[in-house]
Write a protein that binds this ligand. Structure first.
Ligand code: SER
Length: 317
């Protein structure tokens, strides 16, 4: 990777991935792509070039790719699971019509492409414990359907046209810089904000509901390591399971309570979020990622909790 374009650079993952890649490759080698209404600000704007890159406008993306001699595209444009249920057509347009345009640009300009998949690509029929890399994927959310299609279409471009597509299935990503918007796993971010603000947390996910989660530094590491992996070792290309930690609301609540003893939580289950969460794995098996490109997370629940609370206390004063 030398010249990188991030589509969706101001979102939850994009805002931190752009900074991380600029620190490694130099600011001028990483273009922060954005859409009107979500412009980069501060160091994201000042740390390197930026350009409008709407996934609906392949021609414009191609111009940006040529101008900056881009060889790697991180395509992070998406609607998360809950919000996608209220706007299914838009979720498909961004996730799949947009992906098609990005893949065409990549094919014509010889770029590698990373388009994340998710735990949302699994469904109720998937084995929930130690979910294998290759297993049943029959999601019933539009988010999940678009993520399975993302994996398949990315593989198709790799096999048919030789485009170097690679990706991981992200667990719920926990971070303190840019909040996620409209996901089922967002509760595991919101709970830290409540704890630091001294508020009682109203948990929309029921007791005992296990989901895979990952701390942002590990999510960034996964996204970068897979793109730098030795291609001769890769058996899979798209949709690697990457596991890091799995917990239910009570477990994360107790982990926070060790640092914030007066913290309180109450359950008020959101039926849509709960039904989505119930259809996702309890815990994925990430053996293939570990074997094919040495995937290894650095954070567990306790080390993440310490770091999240420290940074959120600084951020929220
Ligand atoms: N974090 C996403 C969501 O909850 C899952 O990948 O929608």
């Amino acid at each position: 990777m030398r010249n990188i374009l991030i589509i969706g650079s101001t979102g939850q993952i994009g805002s931190e991935l752009t900074r991380e890649l600029r620190a490694s490759y130099g600011g001028s080698h990483v273009v922060a792509g954005y859409i009107v209404g979500a412009e980069p600000k501060g160091d994201l704007l000042e740390g390197g070039p930026s350009a409008i890159t709407d996934v609906m406008d392949g021609q414009h993306i191609a111009e940006v790719v040529k101008e900056y001699k881009i060889d790697t595209i991180y395509n992070l444009a998406a609607l998360l699971s809950v919000v996608a249920e209220s706007r299914p057509r838009l979720a498909w347009k961004i996730g799949i019509d947009g992906l098609w345009k990005v893949l065409e640009v990549a094919r014509e300009n010889h770029c590698a492409v990373f388009t994340p998949s998710s735990i949302g690509s699994f469904g109720a029929d998937t084995p929930h414990d130690n979910t294998p890399q290759d297993t049943i994927q029959r999601p019933r959310t539009i988010y999940g359907i678009s993520k399975v299609t993302t994996e398949l279409l990315s593989d198709y471009y790799h096999l048919k046209y030789g485009v170097d597509t690679r990706s991981v299935r992200f667990p719920g990503v926990i971070s303190y810089v840019t909040p996620p918007g409209g996901g089922t796993t967002d509760y595991a971010v919101d709970i830290y904000y409540s704890a630091v603000r001294g508020e009682k947390f109203i948990c929309p996910i029921g007791k005992g509901t296990l989901m895979d989660m990952i701390y942002m530094p590990d999510a960034l590491k996964a996204a970068i390591d897979i793109m730098e992996a030795d291609p001769t070792r890769l058996i899979h290309h798209n949709g690697f399971n990457v596991a890091s930690m799995s917990f239910d609301p009570e477990t994360i609540f107790q982990a926070i309570k060790k640092h914030v003893p007066q913290f309180e939580m109450e359950y008020l289950v959101d039926p849509l979020k709960q039904s989505i969460a119930d259809s996702w794995p309890n815990k994925m098996d990430d053996t293939c990622a570990r074997q094919e490109w040495d995937w290894q997370p650095n954070y567990d629940l306790d080390s993440m909790t310490e770091d999240m609370l420290k940074h959120l206390r600084e951020k929220l004063g």
